[in-house]
Design a binder for this molecule. Structure first.
Ligand code: SF4
Length: 53
């Protein structure tokens, strides 16, 4: 079974790093960033490790 990182919960299942059956990331670490100049809410933040399947 594919290993997942239980420290990184994620529901983005169209990312190639998403676990196939569990809502976890399979990477050891991820990069989080923002596309906003002045982020004020969760929608302003992004997983920069996202990679389309
Ligand atoms: S890389 Fe980011 S978006 Fe992709 S599964 Fe991991 S946490 Fe989710």
């Amino acid at each position: 079974m594919e290993r997942c990182n239980e420290c990184i919960r994620c529901t983005v299942d169209n990312c190639r790093h998403h676990h196939n059956t569990k809502n976890y990331c399979t990477l050891d670490a991820i990069q989080v960033g923002t596309h906003e100049g002045n982020p004020t809410m969760d929608q302003c933040t992004d997983c920069k490790s996202f990679n389309i399947k």
